[in-house]
Design a protein around this ligand. Structure first.
Ligand SMILES: [Cu+2]
Length: 265
């Protein structure tokens, strides 16, 4: 939640499940004061990502800042449990940062396993197919192909200066990956679908959850995938317990990709 002298400070107390709440926060700078000067990146001064700890819900929203540097956005967190909010911004004259803070919603909580890894997911009648692999320690190309009713979608609309926005979070600790799109609308090269191409670097092996925001026919939707970076999770660790102990059986995700978050604006 702190880096380079900047701190992400949530100001909202209790949040109840399913109730729209004004989520308020500030970013304080090296002097301890609220920062009010931000660079515009991808059309906005600050991008706020909120994911449930189990990575089954995701929202990408754009809060408004008051003159005193307090940001506010209406959030509805669907169920009790732990969430992580990420503020992605660059203070004027400062470094680009992504700072995270935990947000809790009171009530009984049943954690769900990470949905099973898959190269295809669906959202609102769109199918999104992933080509390419996350590779620990180096940048790799990921292409996401959008189709609807079997037909490639070739008229994606620019959203925040790109045909798609991809957020990748590591399953174990919600580490936030920086992902760069290839090309931009209007550059004379980048097509409006069906493929959206990104470069992403996984800092380690393990499971990651990818969330793709794309806009078509005036509506933004989020497609979510679980992907594994590095050697298969099913591989036994070298030289561990000599006998007996059957590994846990991670029969995760019963075809569970109906977890697309809402994209509030
Ligand atoms: Cu954003």
């Amino acid at each position: 939640m702190s880096e380079s002298g900047y701190t992400f400070v949530p100001l909202t107390g209790e949040i109840r499940p399913g109730e729209p709440t004004d989520f308020r926060f500030a970013v304080t700078g090296p002097g301890g004061r609220n920062v009010t000067g931000f660079e515009v990146r991808h059309d906005k001064r600050l991008h706020l990502i909120v994911a449930s700890r189990d990575l089954t819900t995701f929202q990408h929203v754009h809060p408004e800042m008051s003159a005193d540097g307090v940001w506010t956005v209406k959030l509805t967190l669907p169920a009790a449990g732990a969430y992580r909010a990420f503020a992605d911004f660059a203070p004027a004259g400062g470094p680009a940062l992504t700072l995270g803070a935990d947000v809790f919603v009171a009530g009984g909580y049943t954690p769900r396993p990470l949905p099973a890894a898959s190269r295809t997911t669906t959202v609102d009648g769109y199918t999104v197919e992933l080509a390419g692999d996350l590779v620990p320690g180096r940048s790799s190309r990921l292409a996401l192909k959008v189709t609807k009713a079997g037909e490639p979608v070739t008229d994606l609309q620019p959203y925040l200066g790109a045909y798609g926005h991809l957020v990748a979070l590591r399953g174990g600790d919600l580490a936030y990956l920086h992902v760069h799109p290839e090309g931009a609308p209007g550059d004379g090269v980048t097509k409006a679908g069906p493929e959206i191409v990104f470069y992403a670097e996984a800092p380690s092996g393990g499971d990651y959850r990818l969330f793709l925001d794309f806009q078509h026919q005036g509506q933004v939707r989020t497609a979510a995938f679980t992907v594994h970076a590095g050697p298969s999770a099913a591989q036994p660790a070298p030289s561990t317990t000599p006998s007996g102990k059957p590994g846990s059986t991670p029969s995760a995700g019963e075809g569970d990709h109906a977890d697309q978050g809402e994209h509030a604006h």
